[in-house]
Design a protein around this ligand. Structure first.
Ligand SMILES: Cc1cc2nc3c(=O)[nH]c(=O)nc-3n(C[C@H](O)[C@H](O)[C@H](O)COP(=O)(O)O)c2cc1C
Length: 214
């Protein structure tokens, strides 16, 4: 009986197969134009839409690593002329958290929070003249990043105002011993959420205009 000739798979063929697998993996992860696959984008959108103010926390500690993750997200925010005119004070000392909670009328939840991030404008790094006030937008962008990052890693947080309420700013400045050029924008209590809170649906089509005010 005649035996059919066995085809040998050469090294070149193996290399081609491996290359094809690599291309396939890349195509699965990235769209042809180099943008990331939609599923990743949609999970970011899910976190944005799931974010809500959380004011009740369990006793579970939040690690320094988690707190640094939040501040890193804050520092990733855009700033005018890339000035990054900010400083972040992280508090995980029970006594200081309680002091802040006792003296800030709208941040009582600090007394039940294991930690807080205080987002501050640093006027020594800010722009000059009328542009100085960009620090407020810059620090607000950082704050939103922190709130979204907290949601993303399973923590709950809430923006409680300091600036522009003079009395609340003074309280934070005094308790944290902040120097003159450091202005507290807000205090963000952080902890593991106690209970399940739902995000509010704020979509109002009437708040969207296309092209002009009509
Ligand atoms: C500038 C600003 C100041 C806020 N100040 C406080 C505050 O002092 N205390 C508080 O409990 N929540 C405060 N909040 C949280 C708002 O009450 C909350 O974002 C709003 O009710 C919408 O709810 P949501 O965050 O769950 O979407 C503040 C939010 C912002 C943006």
């Amino acid at each position: 009986m005649n035996k059919r000739p066995v085809k040998k798979i050469g090294v070149a063929n193996i290399v081609n197969i491996l290359l094809a697998i690599c291309v396939l993996i890349l195509v699965i992860n990235f769209n042809v134009d180099g943008t990331k696959d939609m599923s990743e984008n949609s999970s970011i959108l899910e976190v944005i839409h799931q974010r809500k103010s959380v004011r009740n926390y369990t006793d579970k500690k939040v690690s320094e690593e988690q707190l640094e993750t939040l501040v890193r997200a804050g520092m990733a925010a855009p700033t005018a002329v890339n000035k990054q005119p900010w400083s972040f004070v992280v508090v995980n000392d029970r006594e200081i958290l309680d002091k802040l909670g006792n003296e800030l009328p709208y941040a009582k939840m600090l007394k039940g929070a294991p930690a807080a991030v205080i987002v501050c404008g640093d006027l020594s790094k800010a722009l000059e003249g009328w542009e100085q006030e960009f620090w407020i937008q810059d620090c607000s962008a950082a704050t939103e990043n922190i709130l979204i990052a907290a949601e993303a890693i399973g923590l709950g947080a809430v923006w409680t105002a300091a600036y522009p309420a003079k009395d609340r700013m003074k309280t934070v400045i005094d308790i944290l011993n902040l120097p003159k050029h450091i202005i507290p924008l807000n205090v963000i209590p952080v902890g593991y959420p106690k209970g399940v809170e739902k995000p509010k649906d704020k979509w109002k089509p009437e708040n969207l205009k296309w092209n002009s005010w009509q």
